[in-house]
Unconditional design. Structure first.
Length: 190
């Protein structure tokens, strides 16, 4: 398996076309995750608002197995939305608070996470993809600061269970996405 940063592909003279060919066969159960890869990942990479990592297998062709996108962001949590155990963990990493009842801390956002379900792909398991993502997150944190990664996902029990198996814990924070979807936040200390 090969892990490639999208921005490195875009440095090639014909990088956007190369990426377009690579991603055209990508099919994800979550259509928003698929659409981000195909329509927004290039622009986000060019604007340096996020970093998209492509996981591929090279045989007689390049098979895009999955991808994830990382961004740095301040995580804002209302203290009332934390259990006492979560509050103790988070307090260790708080840089400042908006007020006495809010924690604000630097974190890595796992902004996109998806594997390829195309019949043409050998695919990768979600746990394998998460292992690769967490390895990259650990590197990023070791080079900068912080200890927390978080994500926002739709409140599907199967999806929440998967992230919990990967070490994430639910926050009682509910957020609304740009397209008005209800999302929950989950976090993990690295």
């Amino acid at each position: 398996m090969e892990v490639t940063l999208l921005s490195n592909i875009l440095k090639n003279e014909d990088g956007e076309n190369q990426f377009g060919l690579l991603s055209e066969d990508f099919v994800c159960k979550n259509k928003d995750v698929e659409a981000f890869l195909k329509k927004k990942a290039v622009q986000s990479s060019k604007l340096y608002t996020s970093a998209t990592y492509l996981i591929s297998e090279i045989t007689d062709r390049i098979d895009l197995l999955g991808y994830f996108t990382l961004a740095t962001k301040m995580l804002i949590i209302k203290q009332e939305n934390l259990s006492s155990q979560q509050s103790r963990i988070i307090k260790r990493f708080v840089s400042s608070g908006v007020d006495d009842h809010t924690f604000e801390l630097p974190a890595i956002l796992l902004a996109q996470f998806g594997r390829n379900f195309s019949q043409n792909s050998i695919s990768i398991s979600g746990k394998e993809l998460m292992k690769i993502a967490l390895e990259r997150i650990e590197i990023a944190i070791s080079l900068t600061s912080g200890k927390v990664v978080f994500l926002e996902c739709e409140p599907y029990p199967k999806l929440i269970a998967f992230y919990e198996e990967c070490g994430f814990k639910c926050l009682d924070n509910h957020v609304v996405s740009k397209d008005k979807k209800q999302l929950i936040q989950m976090f993990r200390v690295i």
